[in-house]
Design a binder for this molecule. Structure first.
Ligand SMILES: Cc1cc2nc3c(=O)[nH]c(=O)nc-3n(C[C@H](O)[C@H](O)[C@H](O)COP(=O)(O)OP(=O)(O)OC[C@H]3O[C@@H](n4cnc5c(N)ncnc54)[C@H](O)[C@@H]3O)c2cc1C
Length: 393
């Protein structure tokens, strides 16, 4: 299916990325969301629609053929997508995190020419950071890149690669060489035809079912220039980690917003049944609206915080910034569950049911994944260490 929208120019000559993503969310992703969840199938209609409008590589600057979109625009688009179909939004968020890494750090000739090709074909990029043996500790790897005669080789046991079977390329973390310690990592662009994925197991999960995230043994080779020049540690600190937390937070905000929409409609319907009285749940609605506002301000404030310093590697690498971006993830992943849970109490059985206009089963199940995507305990553990040496703002 292709998008029902086209890309009209704004006065500035740019494309209205937020409006296009919102249109796709409402017209394409929303109607398919329950089926995507029920069948645990890949949300291909959403990806096709984004692809048709050139939105998959929206973050790429215009000089390389992209739309030159800002992080705020993609973040707002993901709020809209998360509101309709969290699985679609998670796929799109994970893809954009990889795009941001390539745009900001893929500076050699091979990776720059890949960027132009990827924009033209609107490739979908996945990520393999998690590994058997290190689990969610993304800052250490077991596997290593073997570079010889200008060619790299790599094999990784990856317990989860979302949409691995649907991706056109994967950014993979690994040790720099066989002799490197576990935290001396690089990130490598792996792509067909020199990328082989041997699926291990199935993805039958509580939530984010449409991300289709089974395990794989990943084998890849290719031009050694597909290994990004900068150490993964810098790429992670300046780009992958903060942008992941911002974009995940955006789609989780979308889930919470959808739940709040349902709770508000429920209370308003109750009020219409008994004119002149305020339903008991209205107070709870006021309470959860305040919580949602905190969530919204947190995500939007964090986007601004990133954009203010995105060109300044030193400030992006500052301890205070890392603590802030880690805290964003832990707070956002907690708030999404809190908001959805409170909305469920407001709507009662109507939310507990798996059908009907106030059902919140899918939202609750999806929201539970947020705290596990790089476990909050690990992230808090990192912050605990950073705080031992942080000198304050
Ligand atoms: C929907 C979804 C999609 C995903 N997609 C991808 C993907 O595309 N690519 C990818 O690479 N990964 C992906 N992941 C993996 C994800 O990012 C995490 O890395 C993974 O879920 C962690 O797995 P785990 O919970 O088994 O392991 P762990 O992180 O090891 O956690 C297991 C337990 O050990 C505890 N623990 C272990 N070590 C520590 C420590 N040092 N400090 C504190 N607690 C600790 C944790 O708190 C937790 O209780 C996805 C996850 C989800 C939920």
């Amino acid at each position: 299916m292709t998008a029902t929208t086209t890309a009209p120019p704004l006065e500035s000559g740019s494309v209205d990325v937020v409006r296009l993503m919102t249109d796709i969310a409402e017209k394409v992703s929303g109607p398919a969301a329950d089926e995507v969840d029920r069948l645990g199938r890949f949300p291909s209609e959403t990806i096709d629609a984004l692809r048709a409008d050139g939105l998959l590589w929206a973050l790429v600057p215009r000089e390389f053929g992209g739309l030159g979109a800002t992080l705020s625009e993609v973040s707002e688009g993901l709020v809209a997508l998360g509101r309709q179909c969290a699985s679609s939004a998670m796929v799109v968020a994970m893809h954009h995190i990889q795009v941001a890494c390539l745009v900001r750090h893929g500076t050699n000739d091979l990776l720059r020419s890949y960027l132009a090709e990827a924009v033209e074909h609107q490739y979908l990029l996945a990520s393999a950071t998690t590994e058997v043996g290190t689990g969610g500790d993304v800052r250490s790897s077991v596997c290593a890149v073997d570079v010889e005669g200008g060619t790299f080789r790599l094999e990784k046991q990856a317990p989860v690669i979302s949409y691995g079977n649907f991706a056109d390329g994967i950014l993979v973390t690994a040790r720099r060489s066989e002799d490197s310690p576990e935290n001396d990592q690089v990130i490598v662009l792996c792509r067909p035809p020199d990328l082989e994925l041997e699926q291990v197991g199935e993805w039958n999960a509580l939530g984010f079912r449409g991300t289709c995230s089974p395990g794989f043994v990943l084998r890849a080779s290719g031009d050694a220039d597909a290994v990004l020049d900068q150490p993964y540690g810098d790429i992670s600190t300046q780009t992958m980690l903060p942008i992941a937390h911002i974009l995940w937070g955006s789609l989780w905000l979308g889930i919470a917003t959808a739940a709040l929409d349902r709770a508000r409609r429920f209370v308003q319907a109750e009020a219409r049944k008994r004119p002149g009285t305020t339903p008991a749940a209205a107070l709870r609605l006021a309470d959860v609206s305040a919580l949602h506002q905190q969530f919204s301000d947190l995500v939007r404030g964090s986007v601004r915080r990133y954009e203010e310093i995105e060109g300044d590697g030193e400030r992006l690498s500052a301890i205070g910034f890392a603590i802030g971006m880690n805290s964003l993830k832990v707070s956002a992943s907690t708030l999404v569950v809190d908001v959805v849970r409170q909305c469920m109490v407001i709507c009662g059985l109507s939310a507990y049911r798996l059908d009907g206009p106030y059902s919140l089963g899918r939202h609750l199940r999806d929201s539970m994944g947020a705290a596990l995507m790089v476990n909050n305990d690990r992230i808090m553990g990192n912050n605990a260490q950073l705080l031992l040496v942080h000198r304050g703002e």
